[in-house]
Ligand binder design. Structure first.
Ligand code: G3P
Ligand code: CA
Length: 241
């Protein structure tokens, strides 16, 4: 398996869950694979653990990535870290595949000079958001983080603590008034790409709202979206030529 090369022009590519088209999603291997290539940023998903820590995975439960079914928010960080993850082909032979810590992810982004595109998956409290921000800041990479979330309240908590931090609101649909709402809170859009049209991209841009879209894995879709002027494309497998 290889990446699919595209000419990107001004559009920035973000590796979704790391370079998850080549390596197991949301693992250090996937983050390093993206780090070694020309991506602008590396996306991942952060959850709270049962003992007040943070760990990176997409689902609330480990069944899909580890076969063992464990509820993340009910389980301690140390227990979750001991899990060995499956590889992309379902085998479980690699000792390096485990659930990454927030620090491991930020450290890899920093080492390879990539933006962190950090999705806040749990409905975090303000204290927890402060905790996440504090950990990234301690590693000296906060200026390179875009916070993304489907839960708008999560982004408002970030906005309260860090008025200037880049944030993007994740959504599958674009209701009336969203461009104005995001412009007022100085947030970007991160949308399921079939919901976009050329006119919508233009409307968001007229309001000064940047447009990211997910998860674009076909070259033809990416080329259409780039022609419409999207600012970011989040992808599992496309790579800048
Ligand atoms: O980058 C946005 C995208 O990650 C949102 O969808 O389900 O992969 O978290 P999901
Ligand atoms: Ca995500």
């Amino acid at each position: 398996m290889n990446t699919v090369k595209i000419q990107t022009g001004e559009t920035l590519l973000v590796a979704h869950r790391g370079l998850s088209g080549l390596e197991m999603e949301n693992t250090c291997a996937a983050f390093v694979a993206a780090g070694n290539r020309s991506y602008f940023g590396i996306e991942t998903d952060v959850h709270r653990t049962g003992d007040g820590g943070f760990i990176l995975l997409h689902d609330r439960n480990t069944a899909r990535v580890a076969r063992d079914s464990i509820d993340v928010e009910e389980t301690t960080f140390d227990t979750l870290r001991k899990l060995r993850l499956c590889d992309r082909d379902g085998t479980k032979n690699r000792a390096d595949l485990h659930l990454p810590s927030l620090e491991e992810y930020v450290d890899i982004c920093k080492r390879y000079e990539k933006a962190c595109v950090l999705e806040l998956k749990s409905d975090f409290t303000e204290e927890e958001v402060r905790g996440i921000i504090g950990r990234v800041k301690a590693l000296g990479w906060l200026d390179h983080v875009i916070f993304i979330a489907f839960d708008y309240e999560n982004l408002l908590r970030v906005r309260k603590i860090l008025p200037e931090q880049p944030c993007q609101f994740l959504t599958e649909t674009i209701p009336e008034g969203l461009a104005e709402k995001l412009a007022a809170s100085r947030m970007g859009l991160d949308v399921y790409y079939p919901a976009l049209t050329r006119e919508l991209v233009q409307r968001f841009h007229e309001k000064g709202v940047q447009v990211n879209c997910w998860t674009v894995n076909e070259k033809a879709d990416a080329e259409r979206l780039m022609d419409w002027g999207v600012d970011f494309i989040t992808t599992n497998i496309l790579e800048k030529e």
